[in-house]
Design a protein around this ligand. Sequence first.
Ligand code: ADP
Length: 621
Amino acid sequence: MAEEKLSFQTEVSRLLRIVANSLYSEKRIFLRELISNASDACDRLRYEAITEPGLIDDDPEFRVRIELDPEARTVSVVDNGIGMNREGLIADLGTIARSGTSAYLEQVSGDEAKDMALIGQFGVGFYSAFMVADRVEVTSRRAGEDGAWRWASEGLGEFTVGEAERAGRGTTVTLYMRDGEDEFLEPAGLRGIVKTYSDHIALPIVLADGGGEETVNEASALWTRPRAEIDRDQYSEFYRHVGHAFDEPWMTIHWRAEGVHEYTTLAFIPSQRPFDLFNPERKHGVKLYVKRVFVTDDCAELVPQWLRFLRGLVDSEDLPLNISREMLQNNPLLARMRAAIVRRVLGELAKKAEAEPADYAAFWENFGPVLKEGLYEDPDNRGEILKLARFHSTADGGPVGLDAYVERMKEGQEAIYYIAGEALDSVRQSPQLEGFRARGIEVLLMTDPVDEFWIPAVGTHADKPFRSATRAGADLADIAVEDAAESGEAIDQGRIDSVIAMFKLALKDEVKDVRSSDRLTDSAACLVADEGDLDINLERLLKQHGQIESGFKRILEINPGHDLIRSLAEAVGKGAAAGRLSDTAWLVLDQARIMEGETPPDPAAFSRRMSEALARGLDAG
Ligand code: ADP
């Protein structure tokens, strides 16, 4: 077959444009990505060869060679791993399989610093070659197949694929260096870079720089070395390799379990939130190795979903090397390792939360929403996870834990109060919080969608029930007001009752009930959910996801200390015109809806009432 010209998937072209504009200040990371891919390719073949030894009979020693040719201005990374055939080259090097990529790349702004952070979260892998090369050729032969193929591109929207020659299986990636990128063509300089990026790799990495050949790394699996012999940089490099990551690990957890079962775990928590954390299809989690041989990076049994931000590996001494997919499911050994990993990670997090609260807060900001899923998915670890949970709150100061919250509860306060909503800024403004503020009661601000699910599942903490500040049952009457100036003097009960009666008459079935409220100081009214009904925020979430169509009716609470309610009471007392009173009642309701972030269901009527009220106000003044 002759050479074919093909176009990159749009996302790849877009990514390549960003890469070619060299967003990384550290261009040399291209070598890390290529060595990493070469080592992965060897790992994958080594595993396949367990059941099909014929695949590697002719060349059983896995290795990666870096070949420098200063004359030709090329650097090549050569492996004898699994290789790619024509389809593989097109699919793997012409498209990006990660879903959500397109939407993610839309965010690229042209602002270099911003884009750099963005792409850092994403990772460019193979395409980083185009930071330093103006032409890249990949010659590959898939293990067990006869033909070889060459993929080539200048990184400008198109690539070619055609038949080629290659002596054995594996892949050669050749970079034709751009003018000016001479740093990578100097034998001494290149050696240093290769050393940095191959130190933790378990295969021999051989450098052939024209002057001769040498193996530059120790070629022993990093995780098998004693902790004391591994420095921070080595851990970081390994993390980037195993996690396909570009940041620093926020936490490194490395231990060896000895006893009935032996296994080594080397797990990392990233310092940046990966772009696809909430994408259920994402891979590259914790990899499973058996006796140093890579088995799979897709072992759902090894780490629970709610720890899906973990990166790294577990290397078991006890599982059989030829373990099949079916054997991985419901495997008691895996279940035991999983329980131990969970315990260990939660334990390390607890230590960190205690010792370095500010640093811990950064972790929580990134991964708290994922960890909280464990509160309803894993009742066994609920207590530990609750201890780790941090919340924004109406109190000043940093995020607060539940124990600290309970400690600062007010006298007479029976419940842990929270308010749920979409964004911190808007929930902070909720009128429902006014009465809590006046009493100095702290309210937790919950803005993650998962909050609506774990709170009912958990129910209480330290025997205190969780209670939404937007619910009728949040009874503040028994708690003293600290700041009396904040709430106006309430009118007497008889007059409130007549205002309430007027509201009910005017609004009829539009609301479930109308009540006088303790929870307001500045606003005239607010909407709350009745005890047994869905929380307002949850209802909004479910509506957005098309889970429910019509909502629950709400209770309208009015503030007996507010000027408007007082004037209304007077007007009711004087026997004002029913139409005018009713219009005011409707305006109060629509206002309360607006404060909830909703639009009045009948904007035309709202606007008419508002205009008339304003005109009357101007006439009177
Ligand atoms: P990632 O490694 O994060 O998946 P890359 O863009 O670096 O992303 O690589 C894309 C895919 O191309 C890899 O997942 C792999 O399937 C394939 N690939 C890259 N390099 C090699 C190689 N040296 N040998 C075999 N396959 C490779």
